[in-house]
Design a binder for this molecule. Structure first.
Ligand code: IPE
Ligand code: IPE
Ligand code: MG
Length: 250
């Protein structure tokens, strides 16, 4: 048995050799559920279900590859504008997965956080989210930020309101202070943002935090985005040269 595990690990290393640098914080815009379903002549809801299922392997793979913070875009403030039936289906799906997966996440040392507005989410679900966050708050293996009812602009508006409410003086307003007031306050900025399904836009995701993030876009639809696809994204990241406006040192 132990031999088998070792053999499995060895083949993993052959398949996904360790990379020179790994992003600490990865954001994923999980896009393309609808087109995945359409390509299979299935209803959009089937795509969302498959997308939710896919998350489990990406979470596990993220831990395997040494990612410490994963921020996933699950539902945007603009997604409320979709047909009522689709929104209802998505809400039911989140509700179901939240309940079903929570124990598993907790067992696996995942610290769950919510980023986004609570207002607008059904009260029962708000409670569930709060409880899940509370229950997993000491877990250290992976921080999973779920961007749910999230919009980058709304986040900044909230931060500005809170800053004013707290009576902060103009000269006290700095980059760091604004970062602290965002939903991600206290966490480092994302190093890599992955978008599936080939769209070249950020759709209001982490607009402040990703000022110097690397972007990686793949045509693969989210339900098909597997461990190999994640490794490819990480490999591309490891080959990037982040200059932050400076000049390379030879
Ligand atoms: C992403 O897939 C899931 C959510 C936005 C909730 P889409 O539903 O946007 O899929 P496409 O873009 O229509 O293919
Ligand atoms: C972004 O995808 C939001 C999520 C993945 C949750 P959308 O499908 O909503 O973005 P647009 O409409 O293509 O910009
Ligand atoms: Mg989409």
């Amino acid at each position: 048995m132990a031999g088998n595990i070792e053999a499995a690990k060895k083949s993993d290393i052959d398949k996904w050799p360790p990379l020179e640098k790994t992003p600490y914080h990865v954001g994923i815009i999980m896009d393309g559920n609808g087109r995945w379903a359409k390509s299979k002549r299935l209803p959009r809801a089937a795509g969302h279900k498959q997308g939710a299922e896919n998350l489990r392997q990406i979470l596990e793979s993220s831990v395997d590859f040494g990612i410490k913070i994963l921020t996933i875009y699950a539902f945007s403030t603009e997604n409320w504008n979709r047909p009522k039936a689709e929104v209802r289906g998505l809400m039911n799906l989140f509700d179901y997965y939240f309940g079903r997966e929570l124990n598993e996440l907790h067992k696996n040392g995942v610290q769950l956080r919510h980023i986004g507005q609570m207002a607008g989410i059904k009260p029962g679900m708000q409670d569930k989210i709060r409880r899940a966050v509370e229950e997993t708050r000491n877990n250290q293996r992976l921080i999973l930020n779920v961007a749910f009812n999230y919009g980058g602009r709304a986040e900044i508006v909230n931060a500005v309101r809170a800053i004013i409410k707290d009576g902060v003086l103009p000269e006290q307003v700095t980059d760091d202070l604004i970062s602290q007031y965002l939903y991600t306050g206290g966490l480092p900025d994302p190093d890599l943002i992955i978008r599936t399904s080939g769209e070249f836009r950020i759709s209001n995701f982490l607009i402040w935090q990703s000022a110097y993030a690397e972007y990686y876009i793949t045509p693969t639809y989210w339900p098909n985005f597997n461990k190999d696809a994640l490794y490819k994204a990480l490999k591309a990241y490891s080959e990037r040269n982040r200059r932050y406006g400076r000049v390379d040192q030879d």
